[in-house]
Ligand binder design. Structure first.
Ligand SMILES: Cc1ncc(COP(=O)(O)O)c(C=O)c1O
Length: 468
């Protein structure tokens, strides 16, 4: 039998090397580590490779970074590697910090960007599910096609065309179990440890995890209220030849910004010029307060450079977890190959329930009410925040406020004390590819009612002010 020799990718070799020196106590807690430049020079490797190893070490809490000073050995980890009763000493699984925070069972839930279940038409859903069984008596007796229920794909193609004039036919659509699965599929199908990708800074943390899990090197792209600095994106595309740019241009999570229409077209031109895919994650499109946002970037794509993910789980019926990928048929083919290895497609029942609810007048009325309810909740949170000197840009849609606190407040300590007081939020560093943004927090206003928001915010602010 042939033995296949497996060589670790370079960045993992660097990771393992640094880790073993920490574990052997050669480098101790608090010690400054060699700079990226020094390590790269010593080993004759690219700086991005060292950077990636340091990013992984930070993710696993072995290393932390100090502003403008460099990397240091962390103190949080227990060195339990001498415990031979546990043979699993290290896995290559990326930690999902967001899901860890979400697991906290708290009264004032400002960390989950989820709709309050009380705002959804629950009674209607339960009657409605019975109708689906009448209409499709065999719905539980068969698998759905791998790409998704044909009736649903056909309806969505027509919907995208009518609403956004998107050039889509049903063969370009792939139904996934939520937008997170769509991101994961794309990462698995197209990204390996040799690839560089662009991501916004700040960004949606679980997407970062999915791309890191594949070993991608991430280059952060700044996002501002006015949009991107396109010359920055162009220079990164030119210099680093990224495989893709993952972006969330509409009611961005966490910053809340929306990229203006004129930049959307220019971005597609850059993608074509530099052969870089754009993965457009559109999870909040319908959650606007006043004006409808610009059409998706995908609208401007004529050559197959944009992979569009439209998420519906956030506000239609979260329990169904339905999203759709729309892309060039060749890309879809690759995504389907990966999908067949994961779960062989989304359940038919959830797709049928979604289709009929999505077509209904009831859904339209529900979305309108939801927008009003969310806007009131956002304003309630802002009312409390206005009593502080903290800074934020009021978003015109979405679920989150991205808040900058004075540097005298340690967000890590604040989170700990808040969790003890049954309040949760997302610390900014979780949303930063550089693991910095230590003075920011993401506060979601979608899950708690106005009374809870007033009370929870008063408590959170009082804890923070006690620290400064
Ligand atoms: C930008 C963004 N993309 C994707 C997701 C995941 O969505 P889903 O619940 O449909 O998997 C989220 C969830 O918060 C999100 O904020």
């Amino acid at each position: 039998m042939a033995i296949i020799k497996q060589t670790l990718p370079l960045y993992q070799q660097v990771y393992q090397d640094i880790l073993s020196r920490i574990q052997s106590a050669e480098w101790k807690s608090g010690d400054k580590l060699p700079s990226v430049r020094t390590l790269a020079r010593e080993r004759g490797i690219h700086r991005l490779t060292v950077l990636k190893a340091y990013q992984l070490l930070m993710n696993d809490d072995w290393v932390y970074v100090k502003d403008k000073s460099g990397y240091y050995v962390g103190s949080q980890r227990q060195y339990h590697f001498t415990d031979h009763s546990n043979p699993i000493v290290h896995s290559l699984v990326q930690k999902n910090h967001l899901s860890e925070i979400h697991q906290a069972d708290v009264t004032f839930q400002f960390s989950k960007a989820l709709i309050d279940p009380a705002l959804l038409p629950n009674q209607f859903f339960s009657n409605y599910v019975k109708d689906i069984f009448d209409k499709y008596p065999k719905v539980l007796s068969t698998y759905a096609p791998l790409e998704g229920d044909f009736e649903l794909c056909t309806y969505l193609a027509q919907f995208f065309h009518e609403k956004h004039t998107l050039p889509v036919n049903p063969e370009q659509i792939l139904i996934t179990s939520g937008a997170q699965q769509a991101i994961h599929l794309i990462a698995e199908a197209f990204i390996s440890s040799k690839d560089v990708i662009l991501m916004e800074r700040p960004c949606y943390g679980a997407a970062m995890g999915a791309f890191r899990q594949q070993g991608a090197s991430i280059i952060p792209v700044d996002i501002f209220q006015s949009g991107y600095d396109l010359s920055q994106i162009e220079s990164y595309m030119k210099e680093y030849k990224p495989k893709l740019f993952y972006c969330n241009p509409t009611f961005h999570n966490p910053a809340g910004y929306t990229i203006p229409d004129e930049q959307r077209k220019q971005l597609v031109d850059l993608a074509k010029d530099y052969q870089c895919f754009i993965v457009e994650d559109d999870a909040f499109y319908d959650m606007y307060f006043d004006e409808e946002p610009p059409h998706p970037i995908y609208k401007y794509d004529t050559d197959g450079y944009v992979i569009y993910i439209r998420g519906f789980s956030k506000y239609i019926a979260p329990g169904l977890r339905i999203a759709a990928i729309t892309c060039h048929p060749n890309i879809k083919k690759d995504l389907l190959s990966i999908r067949s290895l994961i779960d062989n497609g989304s359940p038919l029942l959830t797709q049928k329930i979604f289709l009929h609810y999505f077509q209904s007048e009831r859904m339209r009325q529900h979305i309108e009410k939801l927008r009003i309810a969310l806007q009131i909740r956002k304003e309630t949170m802002e009312f409390e925040l206005r009593k502080t000197s903290w800074k934020w840009v009021s978003p015109s849609g979405g679920f989150n406020l991205w808040v900058e606190c004075p540097s005298s407040i340690s967000i890590e300590k604040l989170l700990k004390e808040c969790l003890d007081a049954s309040i949760s939020f997302v610390p900014g560093s979780v949303c930063d590819p550089k693991n910095e943004m230590n003075h920011y927090l993401r506060l979601s206003y979608s899950y708690n009612n106005e009374g809870q928001i007033h009370e929870g915010m008063k408590r959170l602010i009082s804890i923070a002010e006690g620290m400064s």
